[in-house]
Design a protein around this ligand. Structure first.
Ligand code: PBG
Length: 332
């Protein structure tokens, strides 16, 4: 780095801040529609857009309503959506069997979105929590989350989503070895082009609270938290190990989650692996930032919460602010 900067008054840092144009042309990071992925919540029914109490301006959409909602966003340049279903209570069971029903809510949504918007990318989470009566991402055996048994179910889920036309599978369960097993399953069944975007570094976080509200996951009772599979927020080297493993097992891109409390992990990942790296600005971050941005959704506040990811090196961001941002980018 060259710090042989001239002294004041030959160097006045404020010269390059004096007017909008000059700030714009020296800007190091920027945000475009190509950086944003919209996580959306799905619900059964028709013409539904249900409010979510802990996430103002965010809704659960029935498939038909989502299709309508997407029209303007696709015009604004939306590139991809990530789907999260609220599964009806009577479809949930111990082993999350609805996760691999080829007619489940996610599979139907994938097909309908693809037929209306063939160029829109579709990402679907691979994990069992929306489908289990205990709310965990895996199967419980003898009071523990059973790693290898869970993987067998995840493989089936990966296949049905992929067969329905899903472009990108995003394993968010944090079982060991799942990326490799899913990759092998896809290859053996001819799904060579299905992309795996793994939640490689996913922390056991309090910031997921509003999400669990949104998809109405069951209260974690028997095992009270997800700390035996999601990562300890104190660790950074461990995240690098997780990422190295997922890349070896066949991940094409990785997600760091949550986002803002883990910017150091985003930065390190990009520095150490040079792999497409995404940050997930999760539900709790959304609610927190929105409460600061206020009812009128102050644009500067929201943009600041997004640009930090680009500055840290992220290639893209999953954010519930995506519709707001896409609209703002049209008029900026
Ligand atoms: C489930 C999953 C979670 C999120 C995405 N996928 C919740 C969890 O792990 O408990 C959280 C997303 C958010 O908070 O916005 N595997």
């Amino acid at each position: 780095m060259n710090y042989s900067i001239k002294k004041f008054p030959f160097s006045r840092m404020r010269r390059l801040r004096m007017k909008p144009f000059i700030r714009n042309i020296v800007s190091e990071a920027s945000i475009s529609c190509n950086d944003l992925i919209w996580p959306v919540f799905l619900v059964e029914g028709e013409n539904q857009n249900q409010k979510i109490k802990s996430m103002p301006f965010v809704y659960r959409y029935s498939i038909d309503k989502l299709i309508k909602e997407l029209e303007i966003l696709v015009k604004y340049g939306l590139q991809a959506v990530a789907l999260f279903p609220q599964i009806e209570k009577d479809l949930k069971d111990e082993n999350g069997t609805n996760s691999y029903d080829q007619n489940n809510l996610v599979c139907r949504a994938i097909k309908e979105i693809k037929s209306s918007y063939p160029d829109l990318g579709i990402i679907a989470d691979i994990a069992l929590d929306p489908y289990t009566i205990h709310g965990h991402d895996g199967i419980i055996k003898g009071g523990k989350i059973a790693n290898d048994e869970t993987i067998e179910v995840l493989k089936k889920q990966a296949m049905v989503f992929s067969e329905a036309g899903c472009d990108i599978l995003a394993p968010s369960d944090m079982m060991d070895g799942r990326v490799g097993s899913i990759r092998k399953e896809l290859e053996q069944n001819g799904m060579h082009d299905t992309v795996i975007m793994s939640y490689a570094a996913k922390y056991a976080s309090s910031f997921y609270g509003p999400f669990r509200d949104a998809i109405k996951t069951q209260k974690l009772d028997e095992i009270k938290d997800k700390k035996t599979y999601q990562m300890n927020s104190a660790n950074s080297d461990e995240a690098m190990q997780e990422i190295a493993l997922d890349i070896k097992e066949g991940a094409d891109m990785v997600i760091i989650k949550p986002g803002m409390p883990y910017l150091d992990i985003v930065y390190r990942t990009k520095q150490e692996f040079n792999i497409p790296t995404f940050a997930y600005q999760v539900s709790g971050e959304y609610s927190m930032i929105l409460s600061l941005a206020g009812e009128k959704r102050n644009k500067d506040t929201i943009l600041e919460s997004i640009i930090c990811f680009k500055r840290a090196g992220a290639d893209g961001i999953l954010s519930y602010f995506t519709p707001f941002l896409l609209e703002s980018l049209q008029i900026s």
